[in-house]
Design a protein around this ligand. Structure first.
Ligand code: SF4
Length: 443
């Protein structure tokens, strides 16, 4: 490829959550609209973008390591441009330029429309950043580019107003704002017509969705999305316990194509710790929501997020978390130990006083208990016939496919003539703590 041609090709590495994956699709469309072309691999690209995540220290370390690799590439290729987008530059701001000479420009989640101009100015030797918050920016009219054709993420809002003490999101994605009801429905219809089999409505806290035009809430939006794409599975993530409402649960129970799975982060089983985390609810209130969910939605799967070793966490607080896991029996969980995020409420007001080896020991106890619970729950599915949406070939063998149930459980099964994108019934024959194994049932 001629150098000039290559200079207008880009490659994006995406780190972090579904919102970042959706933003990568928006960035790609914005660059294509300006005549840039996606490269198949970073070696073929004239511009490399890292779309970053700042949620934990580990995520930031990864970027620092990757920048060393890019610095090496730039030694060999003087024309290569490197840009950092997403949550880390929004949070570390221009300080990031000191992190590595490889960085040519920075852009935050609200400024992606400036990328073409940042690129051209970087090509002329300027090292610039675009890091303003812009609550009006919803990238309306920018069709998100999507990998694959089976599952699609549809952002229904941006930002978050909940100031959870450990979280950087409000400082990287700004204030909460919702997409127009009509815009979301139009996108859902278009995706269903394009043949997508599953649509996930995404946001940092989708339950606080509110249509800027009519004030309609998330329960209304979910029901409308279900009607707009009746043959498509509808999912949503992430929920905040304080915003779980009965109308929302009735919308899920009342529409067959809305998946009976709710991801409901709890973070800790101690009301004292939840208070320090500024989560806005007690453990008793959380247990009440769990009971309400299970009373309204039969067979619902509930998953969660947990943080071990938050500031001042005692052994008693930790035991309360283990007790909550034993009582609630989550289907599965994302589990981490606390790492301070500079600038957050916790970093400014609470000492990170739990020794790392104690954090790691408590995290391991949480993981061991949750894996035991998941194993038992998954084992109970053996012998059952479940509906699966086939998503891809299984990593284990091309003779097998991987898919998921409506309750978001991963199923690996013998192909038996099926293809990714098929909905089919699978008889479960075996289980691990994270995967169901089975055979396709001929209907
Ligand atoms: S709800 Fe809390 S944890 Fe979730 S994104 Fe908002 S501030 Fe962060």
């Amino acid at each position: 490829m001629r150098e000039e041609e290559r200079s207008r090709t880009y490659y994006i590495h995406t780190f972090g959550c579904q919102m970042n994956q959706a933003d990568t699709g928006i960035i790609s469309t914005l660059l294509r609209n300006e005549g840039y072309k996606p490269a198949a691999a970073e070696e073929d690209a004239g511009i490399i973008l890292l779309n970053t995540c700042a949620v934990r220290e580990h995520a930031v370390d990864r970027i620092e390591n990757y920048l060393q690799h890019l610095q090496g590439m730039k030694k060999r290729r003087k024309d290569l441009l490197v840009g950092i987008t997403g949550c880390i530059p929004q949070y570390q701001r221009e300080e990031m330029f000191f992190l590595s000479p490889a960085i040519d420009f920075l852009a935050g989640p609200d400024t992606y429309r400036t990328l073409p101009s940042l690129i051209e100015q970087a090509r002329a030797g300027a090292r610039l950043s675009a890091l303003d918050f812009n609550a009006a920016e919803m990238y309306e009219g920018i069709d998100q580019e999507r990998p694959g054709s089976i599952s699609a993420f549809v952002p229904v809002m941006r930002g978050c107003n909940n100031m959870c003490a450990f979280c950087v999101v409000p400082f990287t994605r700004g204030r909460e704002r919702s997409h127009a009801f009509s815009t979301v429905l139009k996108e859902v219809r278009q995706l269903a017509e394009a043949g997508y089999r599953e649509i996930t409505l995404i946001g940092q806290n989708v339950n606080s969705y509110s249509d800027p035009e009519t004030g309609r809430d998330f329960a209304d939006l979910l029901a409308a999305a279900s009607h707009a794409a009746p043959k498509t599975r509808i999912r949503f993530t992430t929920s905040h316990p304080k915003d779980i409402s009965e109308p929302l649960l009735r919308a899920i129970a009342g529409h067959e194509n809305i998946c009976n799975h709710i991801h409901l982060p709890v973070q800790s089983g101690s009301t004292r710790i939840l208070g320090l985390m500024n989560r806005g609810h007690s453990v008793e209130e959380y247990r009440g929501k769990i009971d309400l969910i299970r009373s309204i939605i039969p067979g619902v799967a509930i998953t969660t997020d947990l943080i071990a070793g938050f500031c001042s966490e005692t052994e008693e607080d930790h035991q309360a978390t283990l007790k909550l896991l034993s009582d609630v029996r989550f289907d599965s969980a994302f589990m981490f130990f606390y790492s301070t995020r500079p600038g957050t409420l916790a970093a400014r007001t609470l000492p990170d006083d739990i020794p790392e080896q104690v954090k790691k020991r408590r995290l391991q106890e949480i993981i061991d208990l949750q894996n035991e619970i998941s194993s038992k729950l998954y084992e109970e599915a053996v012998g059952a016939v479940v509906e699966v949406l086939a998503e891809s070939e299984s990593k284990r063998s091309g003779q097998q496919l991987m898919g998921r149930t409506a309750t978001n459980r991963v199923v690996v099964f013998d192909r038996a003539g099926h293809e990714p994108g098929d909905f089919l019934d699978v008889r479960i024959t075996a289980a691990t703590s994270a995967t169901l194994l089975g055979t396709a049932v001929d209907n």
